[in-house]
Design a protein around this ligand. Structure first.
Ligand SMILES: Nc1ncnc2c1ncn2[C@@H]1O[C@H](COP(=O)(O)OP(=O)(O)OP(=O)(O)O)[C@@H](O)[C@H]1O
Ligand SMILES: [Mg+2]
Length: 268
């Protein structure tokens, strides 16, 4: 029996004075696509940031691909897309450069041979191949978000952790992203994705986990969008066990820059 892709046990995380995660258990098996839902401030980002090693647990355990969080985790097999894109980056990196940074791992700083082609292929997957040479600062918020998705995809991960990947991304690009994800999931990709609405990804989600005040209050079938809302713009999520807010465009552009690393972020 292979170890789960993600195995979180009795996880507690404190940030500043607040006890944000209060005993979270979460297991994601290989090939699953799990949506993480919950109101603003319920702890979704804190959970995924702890899972990818950006934040440290105050109690409990996290295993990733069969290894306890730390140097033993094969990080090159893990892709991560953080929430929010910094609108104004000081350094005018091109889209291709930002994507290629997703190829760096371990203690190596050199990009592998053929990185331009790999970056271009990843940008194609998010519909931005024609923008490879453009400075990311000149891209719109939604396009920058798609560059971050390409950056996570370029290493061809087997586990992908995404924090609201389609917030601020228009409907056609969401559809393109869902099609790309469907292909990757078909090939065996495991996904943990924070969402406010299942939206275009609904067909891919095998399970939903709902957080409320830092605890899991639902783990099972994905909630169904209410039929009476009718139009696709109103495809919100209404699980019975928790209030999942009806939120449209998220506050994209506030804090996390595209190249932030764990060292810079850990421990406020
Ligand atoms: N650095 C920090 N110091 C203290 N409290 C923090 C810090 N970062 C987050 N928090 C608090 O932790 C709680 C959970 O935040 P988190 O970002 O995980 O929520 P979320 O579910 O991702 O919300 P959203 O839907 O808005 O993205 C919030 O109440 C937030 O105020
Ligand atoms: Mg969040």
């Amino acid at each position: 029996m292979t170890a789960p892709a993600i195995d979180v046990r009795d996880l507690h995380v404190h940030l500043g004075a607040s006890h944000v995660l209060r005993g979270v258990d979460l297991r994601v098996d290989h090939g699953e696509v799990v949506a993480l839902l919950g109101a603003n401030g319920s702890g979704k980002s804190t959970l995924v940031r702890t899972v990818v090693g950006v934040l440290e647990p105050t109690r409990g355990e996290v295993d990733l691909l069969g290894h306890r969080l730390g140097d033993d985790v094969p990080w090159q097999r893990v892709g991560y897309v953080p929430q929010r894109v910094s609108a104004a980056a000081g350094v005018p990196s091109t889209a291709a450069e930002v994507v290629a940074s997703g190829l760096l791992h371990g203690r190596r700083l050199a990009l592998p041979r053929g990185w331009r082609r790999l970056a271009r292929e990843a940008l194609e997957q998010v519909g931005l191949a024609d923008r490879a040479g453009q400075a990311t600062g000149q891209l719109s918020g939604g396009q920058q978000q798609r560059v971050l998705i390409a950056r996570a995809l370029v290493r061809k991960p087997e586990l992908l952790v995404l924090d609201e990947p389609v917030a601020g991304v228009d409907r056609p690009s969401q559809e393109a992203f869902a099609a790309t994800m469907a292909r990757l999931v078909d090939d065996g990709l495991t996904v943990l994705v924070v969402l406010h609405e299942l939206g275009e990804l609904a067909g891919l989600i095998s399970r939903a986990v709902v957080l409320r005040h830092g605890q899991v209050v639902h783990d099972g079938a994905p909630p169904r969008p209410h039929a009476e809302h009718g139009s696709r713009e109103h495809e919100h999520v209404h699980p019975h066990t928790s209030e999942v807010p009806v939120v449209g465009a998220h506050d994209v552009g506030l804090s996390d820059g595209p190249l932030l690393t764990g060292e810079q972020e850990a421990r406020p």
